[in-house]
Design a protein around this ligand. Structure first.
Ligand code: SIN
Ligand code: FE
Length: 321
């Protein structure tokens, strides 16, 4: 290999995610023995853009609940989209028939999943405990391969997550997934991390200007908020991440040419990743559960690696509200 092609290969490897198995074959957790040290190690792996992988569900998940979820395919036509469980309100959305006995059971099963994941992570990711906001959990009963969706809603195109209706203001999006399919893997690809891609994206999209603090500008922002104009409440960071999410999905040459790693998450596997810094797409799979946490930016063990820190270094000014 010539020196220049070697350099090219190395440059291509910047920001490539690793799969970090955190359970050995007996189910014990790996990493430093001291719990506080292990917590910091796990968090630093996540913050570097790695995927923490559990070959088996690390908490009790009753077989009855699994069978109920898998059975939805045969028994109901109502489960045609992803169902969200909003823990703060203890309610489910995305279900057509929200007041049937089946819906009540689904809420109970998702509540219990949400609580199990939260309890498990409370003893596992110790540096983040008390510094997260429990976001939605979801049940994903649809086959992802060939699933029709609008361009910006397609999850088979590589992207960083950004929630248009739930700005994080620089806090982090951590997602915990469980593949409950008894026979089929969930297949992902990941491309480079935000640390590697962010500077190029910032050049293409343009970084937000510093927010003007003058009275007129503040009054106009207030007016936009009171008329509920789209994006009126969005901090500059979220505005950028939302545009970035759409820009990546629109860029078919990026989608084709970006370096890709393929991951197969087998039946009963669980995995956890900061989806705001790992570009990801789901290609195949049906029946997954997921719980999202918004982790305070201040809880990071390596805060300089956060997308907002990368962008603020480039911009030279704050991007949060
Ligand atoms: C996504 O966050 O893009 C989808 C991941 C999945 O459903 O496996
Ligand atoms: Fe995503």
């Amino acid at each position: 290999m010539s020196a220049s092609s070697q350099m090219h290969a190395q440059a291509q490897l910047a920001g490539i995610s690793q799969l970090v198995p955190v359970q050995d074959s007996g189910g014990s957790f790996v990493g430093p023995a001291d719990p506080a040290e292990r917590g910091r190690w796990l968090c630093s792996q996540l913050e570097a853009g790695n995927i923490l992988f559990f070959p088996h569900t690390p908490f009790a998940f009753p077989q009855d609940d699994r069978e109920f979820l898998l059975g939805q395919k045969q028994t109901s036509s109502a489960f045609h989209k992803n169902v969200a469980y909003r823990a703060a309100e203890d309610r489910i959305t995305g279900l057509d028939k929200a007041d049937t006995a089946e819906a009540a059971r689904l809420r109970t099963v998702l509540r219990s999943y949400s609580q199990s994941v939260t309890q498990f992570l409370s003893g596992f990711l110790t540096p983040y405990v008390g510094k997260w906001k429990l976001d939605f959990a979801s049940f994903r009963p649809l086959e992802e391969k060939g699933r029709p969706a609008r361009l910006h809603a397609r999850n088979d195109l590589a992207h960083f997550d950004s929630f248009p209706t739930r700005p994080t203001n620089g806090d982090r999006i951590l997602r915990f997934f469980t593949n409950i399919n008894p026979s089929q893997s969930r297949v992902w690809v990941t491309s480079q991390t935000f640390e590697a891609l962010g500077p190029t994206l910032a050049k293409s999209i343009g970084l937000p200007d510093p927010r003007s603090a003058n009275l007129l500008a503040r009054a106009l922002r207030g007016l936009a908020r009171s008329f509920h104009l789209p994006g009126a409440n969005r901090p500059p960071y979220d505005e950028f991440m939302h545009r970035c999410h759409n820009f990546m999905k629109e860029d078919m040459s990026f989608q084709q040419d970006c370096p890709k790693q393929r991951w197969e998450f087998p039946p009963d596997a669980n995995w956890m990743v900061f989806t705001d810094c790992v570009s990801h797409a789901v290609l195949e799979g049906q029946y997954a559960l997921e719980q999202t946490f918004l982790i305070s930016r201040s809880a990071m063990v390596e805060p300089q690696r956060s997308p907002i820190a990368v962008l603020e270094r480039l911009a030279g000014h704050a991007l949060s509200n």
